[in-house]
Design a protein around this ligand. Structure first.
Ligand SMILES: [Zn+2]
Length: 310
């Protein structure tokens, strides 16, 4: 492929030879879907990986041309990364079937786009809308509230806690099974910065949760990296507590608190079907929700669990 001059272009045609589409794209270019005149749907590139997760909170509207028409012809342009056998990005050119006006959509890749995305630019999708049970809880918490939650998870519910954190003094990242005592030290000290804590009913295989490990070279400034699979909590029976997100303007409004997110789901999508997690996990998540409801302020709205004002 590196022998090829210039970029690769594909005019999108379905197996039924359809070339006109209605489009739904997420604005940030994370995923998109095409609908044909005969009512079929197709995922754009690797959108199937993210589509169902993204539509749980918002179903993107059908794209419209400034002339009000919503049917388009679609062309993918694969931009080659110089010197590599891979693509840097894919531009999606869309042409209005009525006024022929052209527009450009850029798709960002989480991983390096591969040749497979060129060989299979679109993938048939039987059901564009599938809802599953997903909870994304958000809250402004004091450190005291954070420790209270961790204590509840580790001690009252007796869950296993896995922490992904960085020791800023050692300049090293860790992902390990930990306990309440150690977590208290991690979240309460400026020596550590943590990305996420995962809670599980039973012990997990750490290597299943890690994406890749770079044992690091011996350079002084090198940070040893461990990457935990970002979405592991979706398919596994895990409750994810993300590290604090600092939002300056909101912090001023709510006092000295940081913004946190807790994510978990009792179902997930695999090959276009809803897969149920265990009854034990569902019982656990319903307990967690009940406990959050009685210990936090839900005044700011649905899925918001803020530290109660003293
Ligand atoms: Zn138009």
């Amino acid at each position: 492929m590196s022998m090829m001059p210039g970029n690769l272009i594909i005019d999108i045609v379905t197996e039924k030879n359809e070339t006109e589409f209605q489009l739904r794209f997420f604005d940030d270019g994370k995923a998109g879907i095409l609908h044909t005149r005969t009512g079929e749907s197709y995922f754009v590139l690797d959108s199937s990986d993210y589509w169902y997760d993204l539509i749980q909170s918002r179903y993107p509207p059908v794209k419209k041309c400034s002339c009000e028409n919503d049917w388009f012809k679609v062309r993918f342009e694969y931009i080659i990364r110089e010197g590599y056998d891979e693509f840097r990005s894919v531009f999606i050119d869309i042409y209005c079937t009525k006024c022929n006006q052209e527009e450009l959509v850029v798709i960002d890749f989480r991983h390096s786009p591969t040749m497979q995305l060129y060989e299979t630019p679109i993938t048939f999708c039987e059901k564009p809308v599938i809802k599953y049970s997903l909870h994304l809880l958000a809250g402004y918490w004091t450190t005291r509230s954070l420790k209270k939650i961790i204590k509840h998870m580790c001690c009252s519910l007796d869950l296993k806690a896995y922490c992904w954190f960085m020791d800023l003094k050692e300049r090293k990242k860790y992902f390990k099974l930990t306990d309440y005592k150690e977590l208290r030290a991690i979240v309460g000290s400026s020596r550590f910065s943590y990305t996420a804590i995962f809670f599980a009913r039973t012990e997990m295989a750490l290597n299943e949760m890690i994406e890749e490990i770079d044992t690091g070279d011996t350079q002084k400034d090198c940070i040893n990296e461990v990457y935990v699979k970002e979405d592991i909590w979706r398919t596994h029976e895990l409750i994810k507590l993300g590290g604090p997100i600092v939002i300056a303007s909101d912090l001023a409004w709510f006092g000295l608190r940081e913004y946190y997110m807790v994510s978990f789901c009792e179902q997930f999508i695999c090959d276009g079907a809803v897969v149920e997690k265990s009854e034990e996990f569902k019982e656990l998540t319903s307990n967690v929700l009940k406990w959050m409801n009685s210990n936090f302020s839900t005044a700011r709205g649905a899925n918001c669990y803020d530290s109660k004002l003293l």
